[in-house]
Design a protein around this ligand. Structure first.
Ligand code: SF4
Length: 261
């Protein structure tokens, strides 16, 4: 997952203008940005009668157009994204940061996404402040004198968020990412605690479970596994299996998984 920042707010509160300024500032600093926008309008991106239009109408899905320095992809019957991961799957070239406008149902409860809330009157903030999960990088308004955060200060927070996210995400990748809450947090919150020095990887009970040994064979040949990845694989499998209905939570014995072609 990339560092992701979402610009939220009601209609006509300056979301697009702000997103545009943030993108331009980041790009100017040589940071590669993907912009993601949700729209309720039905878009027809191609002109009637063109070859790609005809391919689309003949049922091809997707239709991919390569032109000088540009790729355009038309996808029909697209499955509605329900998570940041679903949105990210569509980013097909390497980027450093993702800026999202809209998709508030997906992002507002996701503590991995930095949020900026745009408003034009303070009454609009109440709903957001009650429902949006941190981190909130700032409240932004273009029309209330002295209200909200200055753009330069907002950019400082955006860049700090991007830097911190990268390190937190490295810890997150080392955790089993099961969100089992056995440590009292979800995995990303745990990664943030580790980043702040408030917890260690060994405080994840799934990761530090030493009861089981693991051996993986591919085509009959035993894989050389170092202790740390071995622990992660072993505990992830145990945690996944222990959620299955027929399995006793306290697994005692040997687990055998055979995957054959
Ligand atoms: S116990 Fe480990 S796997 Fe479970 S939520 Fe905490 S960090 Fe994630």
């Amino acid at each position: 997952m990339h560092p992701t920042i979402c610009v939220l707010g009601k209609k006509d509160t300056g979301k697009t203008g702000l997103a545009e300024r943030i993108i331009a500032t980041l790009v100017n600093r040589k940071i590669r940005v993907a912009a993601v926008k949700h729209t309720t309008h039905k878009l027809e991106l191609d002109t009637k009668g063109t070859d790609s239009y005809r391919f689309q109408k003949s049922g091809a899905n997707p239709v991919i157009l390569f032109s000088s320095g540009r790729i355009t992809v038309y996808v029909n019957d697209y499955i509605k994204p329900v998570s940041i991961e679903d949105i990210e799957k569509n980013i097909i070239i390497p980027v450093d940061v993702v800026i999202i406008e809209g998709f508030s149902e997906i992002v507002q409860k996701d503590n991995r996404v930095g949020k900026i809330i745009c408003y034009t009157e303070s009454g609009q903030l109440k709903d957001y402040l009650n429902t949006v999960k941190p981190p909130i990088l700032g409240l932004y308004t273009y029309n209330i004198e002295g209200g909200g955060v200055e753009f330069s200060e907002l950019m400082k927070r955006v860049e700090q968020f991007i830097e911190e996210f990268k390190t937190v995400y490295e810890f997150y990748k080392l955790l089993p990412r099961l969100d089992c809450l056995k440590c009292g947090f979800n995995c990303f919150e745990m990664a943030e605690k580790i980043y702040k020095g408030e917890r260690n990887l060994t405080d994840c009970p799934v990761l530090s479970n030493d009861t089981f040994k693991i051996e993986i064979k591919v085509n009959g040949v035993k894989l050389p596994l170092k202790s740390f990845p071995a622990k992660i694989i072993r505990n992830t499998i145990i945690a996944l299996i222990s959620t299955l209905k027929q399995v006793d939570e306290n697994i005692n014995g040997k687990i055998t998984i055979n995957i054959e072609k």
